[in-house]
Design a protein around this ligand. Structure first.
Ligand SMILES: C[S@@+](CC[C@H](N)C(=O)[O-])C[C@H]1O[C@@H](n2cnc3c(N)ncnc32)[C@H](O)[C@@H]1O
Length: 291
């Protein structure tokens, strides 16, 4: 199920391509970041920007300290992507799920759809049905890739770097299958979703790229203040950025956060040819004097 408390998902708009594509797979170097995040925080209750969902799936595969994870995304199709992936994880073994997500040869479109259809939301079913009806391939992931609803780069990334999906290569996949039930998916802007969680405070909040653009975050100060309010005393804020980390730190420092860890992006020409983006990961805590 996808919670749609603020706006309803409009599958026609998605299918008419009224929006930018979304990522099917997400951040590289997330594995190292997660290890570090878990060292610094016990993470019982988490909140994350959805994207392709890999952050949250990877996190859940690595620790049993998590009680629940709320994820949100302002792009409708991103929430559907997470919904589909969650259903794949709950219905397939590790080897099968890898084949579904990374194997481009098998004629598995119908089989995969049949297995997940009762575990996904009506909106996800509608989108998948249409994608599969339009496409010519018999392969599940190829159809998704070729449809043009998702950024093609993200499929390259996974093809070229298998460790890109830590839940298959480092995490405990069987454990993830059980843990995936702990995810609550929300369609909406982080500000609305987080505000609605009146009595909730989080041990870990993950924001991927939202401070990078005015389109994502119209008034950074308001967003950061709310995020700060929703983070527990000892909580960790994980910020992903493709912009200058100096600026991001400046903005967050001004709003009462101190930076405690960073993994800077290092540009690599070969990686960029293979479709890998450079993300920096920054961790913050609430400043001591203001706790
Ligand atoms: C730039 S993408 C990059 C992919 C990303 N690195 C990831 O982890 O998936 C960031 C995601 O954040 C979502 N997003 C951006 N601003 C948001 C906001 N204010 N509220 C909710 N989601 C937001 C976008 O729709 C997109 O799916």
């Amino acid at each position: 199920m996808i919670y749609q408390d603020f706006q309803k998902i409009n599958t026609k708009d998605i299918l008419d391509k009224k929006f930018y594509p979304v990522w099917f797979f997400t951040n590289e170097r997330i594995k190292d970041t997660l290890k570090e995040a878990l060292k610094k925080n016990k993470s019982k209750s988490c909140f994350g920007i959805g994207g392709g969902g890999d952050f949250v799936f990877s996190l859940l595969s690595m620790t049993d300290n998590i009680r629940s994870v709320d994820v949100c995304d302002l792009r409708q199709l991103a929430t559907i992507t997470i919904d589909i992936k969650r259903a794949i994880f709950s219905n397939f073994s590790k080897e099968e799920a890898q084949e579904v997500l990374r194997g481009y040869k098998k004629e598995n479109k119908e089989i995969v759809y049949k297995k997940i259809e009762n575990d996904i939301s009506g909106e996800s079913r509608e989108v998948l049905k249409k994608v599969f009806k339009k496409g010519k391939s018999k392969n599940f992931i190829k159809e998704i890739k070729e449809s043009g609803y998702w950024y093609k780069d993200s499929f390259w990334q996974v093809k070229n770097k298998k460790e890109y999906l830590p839940y298959f290569y480092n995490g405990n996949y069987n454990f993830l299958k059980k843990q995936a039930k702990k995810i609550n998916i929300y369609y909406g802007d982080i500000l609305n979703v987080i505000k609605e969680k009146e009595n909730e405070k989080y041990d870990l909040i993950y924001i991927s790229n939202i401070l990078d653009s005015n389109y994502y975050c119209k008034d950074r100060e308001i967003y950061i203040k709310k995020i700060r309010e929703k983070l527990k005393r000892e909580g960790v804020l994980v910020v992903v950025t493709q912009k200058s980390i100096k600026n991001i730190k400046k903005i967050l420092n001004k709003e009462g956060f101190e930076d405690v860890y960073e993994k800077r992006k290092i540009f690599n020409l070969i990686d960029s040819f293979l479709g890998h983006y450079c993300y920096s990961f920054l961790f913050f805590r609430k400043e001591e004097k203001e706790k």
